[in-house]
Design a protein around this ligand. Structure first.
Ligand code: PNS
Length: 165
């Protein structure tokens, strides 16, 4: 295993099985993985940062080298504060590439010492995203195989409190 600390930033609103796959693979590659949840006061999130951190912690309870934190501001500042030398992002499909290249190059300017590492998602996860999970949940559809089992009920309950109490 690589001795580096990796930071995996995102909105995770909510965490999906695609995110989980990246986290599990990263936990085998790096000494420590910090899942960094952007508080994002401008972009209205569905779940609070505390709820998102709590969901990630429940899903990662058996991954001893993974932790979740909420943050504001620049990801590179959190990376420095955590002693991370790697910033991880997942790439689901070709359409993700331009946005990830821009993000990686901006972060390169801000923190040349931090390397962005892109992990390729599994093909069966290519259509899975937090926004797809929110949309399916809003229509009361099953979230099995979209978000981790540990959080299915909580995500559905957010949209349909009476049916999932
Ligand atoms: O899951 P997302 O929404 O694609 O994650 C995007 C995220 C959180 C990684 C990105 O917006 C981010 O890093 N925001 C924090 C501010 C920042 O560092 N911006 C990049 C350089 S200007």
């Amino acid at each position: 295993m690589n001795r580096n600390i990796a930071i995996y930033p995102g909105s995770f609103d909510p965490i999906t099985i695609g995110h989980m796959d990246i986290i599990q693979r990263a936990s085998r590659l790096y000494r420590r993985v910090v899942v960094a949840v952007l508080r994002n006061p401008d972009k209205r999130s569905c779940f609070t940062a505390e709820e998102r951190v709590d969901m990630i912690e429940r899903c990662c309870a058996n991954l001893m080298n993974v932790e979740a934190v909420a943050f504001d501001g620049l990801t590179v500042d959190l990376a420095r504060a955590q002693g991370a030398t790697v910033m991880l992002r997942g790439l689901r499909a070709a359409g993700d590439f331009e946005a990830e290249r821009t993000l990686a190059q901006l972060n390169q300017r801000l923190a040349p010492e931090l390397e962005t590492v892109l992990l390729i998602g599994r093909p069966e996860h290519s259509a899975i995203s937090s926004s797809a999970a929110r949309e399916l949940a809003s229509y009361g559809q099953s979230l099995q195989g979209i978000v981790p089992d540990e959080v299915v009920k909580q995500v559905l309950a957010h949209f349909h409190p009476a049916s999932h109490s």
